[in-house]
Design a protein around this ligand. Structure first.
Ligand SMILES: Cc1cc2nc3c(=O)[nH]c(=O)nc-3n(C[C@H](O)[C@H](O)[C@H](O)COP(=O)(O)O)c2cc1C
Length: 332
């Protein structure tokens, strides 16, 4: 049977299947069941910078109001920057998961500005997180900030988190970078250990009856996988960062394709939200069988076999193929 053990961010995982960031963080029994049937690690849902800032504002307001009304209040309150505010629920949840799960638990932070809130990264480390996944979900909507400035800001966010902790930091990206390999090289320079490709972009839709925007989280399908495979295949052998696929993995073959493209780990969310732990069991079994049928003894042997560096017809990853494909298209 193919040995599925893998290394992700320096962590030894019994399986490349990782439960990705989502509300399952709050459901310990489901996570335990996922681990029992083959999940190698768990990523918690994100702690959002907006939440942290709102909590800080609320606490500062509270402290300020006490200080102005009570001359002695200063001595009752710790200095505001050392005052542990909010996110306690998150830290408590992390503690629970660490106590009850036998696999690494990765905390997730979503931030877009470098700075003070990185103190939370330290708290996550102290609470036992095995790694931090930094979710760079950032919508470019400022006409004065060009791509280079936005990317420099994002790299500064990553650098500030990497400096704040000693545990490994991975970065989850959106699929919309003009020059992904260069940005990933930048992540490497500032000390990230891994890259997760990609987040899904939740665009609002429209209700034409009520003339309003609608917000709905639509779960993925495997049609979202190829853009991930392309990024993995392109980067394999060109970055020393570990790589994880996130998005569109619903079958064992989807996971196999991600690994053959170069992934060390494969995150699952929609499949588990739809089907529960049975999805993990099914994908684990299918993946093992597929890699075994292909003659691989270990996952490491399979990794990157169909990447741009190794695929026998690697030009299929390239732009030239795009032109050929479009020009040669025939109706069926
Ligand atoms: C309900 C829901 C909540 C999510 N919450 C988070 C989150 O807090 N942080 C994050 O980085 N990604 C979050 N995601 C994105 C997933 O981690 C994942 O990247 C995405 O769903 C693509 O993977 P999938 O095709 O396996 O679903 C969420 C997804 C869903 C469906």
């Amino acid at each position: 049977m193919t040995d599925l053990t893998t290394r992700w961010l320096g962590l030894e995982l019994a399986s490349p299947l990782v439960i990705g960031a989502c509300p399952l963080t709050d459901d310990l029994p489901v996570l335990q069941a996922c681990v029992e049937v083959g999940a190698g690690a768990v990523v918690m849902r994100s702690l959002f910078e907006e939440q942290i800032v709102a909590e800080q504002m609320a606490a500062h307001k509270f402290i300020d109001s006490r200080i102005s009304t009570d001359a002695e209040a200063r001595s009752f309150f710790p200095e505001s920057e050392r005052f542990s505010i909010g996110s306690n629920t998150y830290l408590r949840r992390l503690d629970t998961l660490k106590k009850h799960l036998t696999v690494p638990v990765i905390a997730s932070l979503n931030g877009i500005t470098p700075g003070g809130w990185t103190g939370y990264a330290t708290e996550l480390e102290q609470a036992g997180a095995d790694a931090i996944e930094l979710n760079l979900y950032d919508l470019a909507n400022d006409t004065n900030e060009d791509a280079a400035a936005l990317e420099a800001r994002q790299l500064a966010v990553v650098a500030s988190v990497v400096e704040a902790v000693t545990i490994p930091v991975s970065v989850k990206l959106s699929p919309f970078y003009s020059a992904l390999p260069a940005f990933v090289a930048g992540l490497d320079k500032v000390g990230a250990r891994g890259v997760v490709m990609f987040n899904r972009f939740y665009q609002p839709d429209m209700d034409l009856e009520t003339l309003t925007l609608t917000r709905d989280v639509v779960l993925s399908s495997c049609q979202e996988l190829p853009v991930r495979l392309h990024a993995l295949g392109l980067l394999f052998g060109r970055t020393k960062l570990d790589m994880a696929a996130s998005g569109g993995v619903h079958q064992g073959d989807d996971a196999a394709k991600a690994i053959l493209s170069g992934a060390h780990a494969v995150q699952l969310v929609s499949a588990v939200l739809m089907e529960g732990p049975a999805a993990v069991a099914r994908i684990h079994k299918q993946l093992t069988q597929r890699l075994q049928d292909m003659g691989y003894d270990t996952l490491a042997q399979a990794r990157g076999a169909l990447s741009m560096t190794n695929a026998p017809n690697a030009h299929a990853w390239e732009r030239l193929n795009y032109a050929r494909l479009l020009q040669g298209w025939q109706p069926k």
